[in-house]
Ligand binder design. Structure first.
Ligand code: PLP
Length: 501
């Protein structure tokens, strides 16, 4: 069914692979240091030692002191916590304004949106076409009510590196805190919280070849933070709960490799330029969205005029290439990237844009292979399918007798989420046994759980002569989000289970 020649992973801003030393260290800790770091006997004390050593290593990697680092479960938690806790503290003191960039990660953007409903005033700076904020504009917005400036160091979608040092100098003159999401910057550019001058920062292990499920907060001195989780003394009482020691030790091991990662950035930048030149050589019309200065060396955002990014992503996936159409945290959503819209792109242009993020292990031959696939795409040699946004699947769409909804989810996925009404269920694994039953005179809409498996089936059907074929972007997960009321009202209604022939 698949024609995956090889795997080329160009989505390292979403997550990186876990390095061998990190895996080894985590296994050591899981095996030999299973004691609770809070227990007083030797097994607990040895776990506490690993925790302390890890904290010192992670702190060192960001230029902080060990006591300034709080471990969390991820950077999203760190961002949520910082914003909510600071708002709680300052609202009680009569200060209510946060100034932020409009191109922050969803874990910042959506927290700010939530905070607005509890009385915080959020003021968004404008950004230019490459994502840079203006210090002049920032200065003009600062006032007595402002308690926080929130601006990421490096953007995850386009790679823009902001002048956080300049922001901090301004903030200091007005006695205002600065919080910076440093998740994408760590390991790609030198990050030193003291040199930057930030008061708070967030980090994540899985962007630097460490494990998923662990992040960190940098917090300068005794700045005010209300506890995130009550019920224990861990993390200086700010975040109760037994520490995830193997993850924390894995994070520390990943941090040890940062100097080596920084030394490799030049090679990564050369690979990035090689890829950009190759793409431009194939298609003069494409537009590089990432800035040509102050940009992460691994990140390339490219607009392919006339091509839909969801379809492009699906085509690349068919050939084993992973790229992304925005933040990994919002790809199940149905909206175009807020980052690209903030740069001034139209919705249509944003939906023509893909992000490629390289790693230390990306080889030129991976990029050559990707360029070869693009050359086929531009020459119309790859099969064409359509993507349907989940928000378009409303009652009228579902009830249209011309639409034939084909649900290819696995059994366990069907237990988790109800299907789109009027759909026909088939088995993904034994799909060939159902093909004859699929009508050729209807619009076949393939649905999977998250939007990726469906593309493989859509391509298979296309090759078998079914022309009107599309897949649902983001699958049932996105449909449930986009059509929450419909999901509650009629999700799972009138589903037909096809029997294999
Ligand atoms: N901030 C930025 C800039 C990110 O790119 C990400 C992850 O994509 C996050 C925060 C969230 O990190 P985590 O997955 O650890 O919650």
């Amino acid at each position: 069914m698949f024609s995956l020649q090889r795997q080329v992973y160009l989505d390292n801003n979403a997550t990186t692979s876990v390095s061998r030393p990190v895996r080894k260290r985590m296994m050591q800790v899981l095996k030999g240091y299973y004691g609770n770091p809070s227990s007083p006997y030797s097994l607990g004390r040895s776990a506490a030692r690993i925790l302390a050593e890890s904290r010192a290593t992670v702190a060192g990697a960001m230029g902080a002191q060990a006591e300034e680092v709080i471990f969390t479960s991820c950077a999203s938690e760190a961002n949520n916590f910082l914003l909510k806790s600071l708002s709680q503290h300052y609202l009680a003191k009569g200060k209510r304004k946060i100034i932020s960039s409009p191109i922050e990660h969803p874990s910042v953007m959506q927290t700010l949106e939530y905070l607005e409903s509890s009385g915080v005033e959020v003021c968004y700076l404008s950004v230019d076409s490459q994502g840079f904020i203006s210090l002049h504009e920032l200065e003009s917005l600062l006032d007595e009510s402002t308690f926080l400036i929130c601006c990421m160091l490096a953007n995850n979608e386009i790679g823009t590196i902001q002048d956080i040092k300049g922001i901090c100098e301004l903030a200091r003159q007005h006695n205002i805190h600065v919080m910076s999401d440093c998740v994408q910057a760590l390991g790609k550019i030198p990050v030193n919280v003291n040199e930057l001058g930030v008061d708070f920062a967030s980090f994540s292990a899985h962007k630097i070849y460490g494990p998923k499920g662990v992040g960190a907060i940098y917090m300068k001195g005794d700045l005010p933070l209300c506890p995130l989780i009550h019920g224990g003394h861990q993390e200086t009482g700010i975040r109760a709960g037994t520490e995830s020691l193997h993850n924390i030790a894995g994070f520390a091991e990943a941090c040890k490799a940062i100097p080596d990662s920084l030394a490799k950035q030049q090679q990564i930048a050369q690979n990035k330029q090689f890829f950009i030149n190759g793409l431009k050589g194939l298609n003069e019309a494409l537009q590089i969205i990432s800035p040509d200065r102050a940009c992460l060396s691994n990140t390339i955002s490219v607009r392919f005029p006339g091509l839909n990014n969801a379809v492009l992503m699906a085509t690349l996936d068919l050939y084993g290439i992973s790229a992304s159409a925005g933040s990994a945290c919002s790809t199940a959503g149905t909206e175009p990237s807020h980052v690209l819209l903030s740069l001034g792109l139209s919705e249509e242009q944003a939906n023509e844009t893909l992000r490629f993020s390289l790693s230390e292990t990306t080889k030129q031959r991976d990029l050559l292979y990707t360029l070869r696939i693009f050359s086929n795409v531009f020459a119309g040699k790859t099969p064409e399918i359509q993507a349907v946004r989940a928000s378009k699947i409303d009652k009228a769409f579902i009830e249209n007798p011309q639409n034939y909804l084909l649900d290819i989810r696995f059994w366990h996925e069907r237990q988790m989420l109800k299907g789109i009404p009027n759909s026909y269920e088939v088995s993904f694994l034994f799909f060939k046994r159902y093909v004859k039953q699929i009508p050729k005179n209807k619009n076949i809409v393939v649905i999977c759980m998250g939007g990726i498996d469906a593309t493989a089936i859509a391509f298979t059907l296309k090759k078998r002569g079914i022309d009107n074929i599309s897949f649902v972007l983001g699958g049932v997960v996105a449909w449930r989000l986009a059509q929450a009321d419909l999901y509650k009202e009629i999700g799972g209604f009138n589903i037909t289970k096809l029997t294999p022939s």
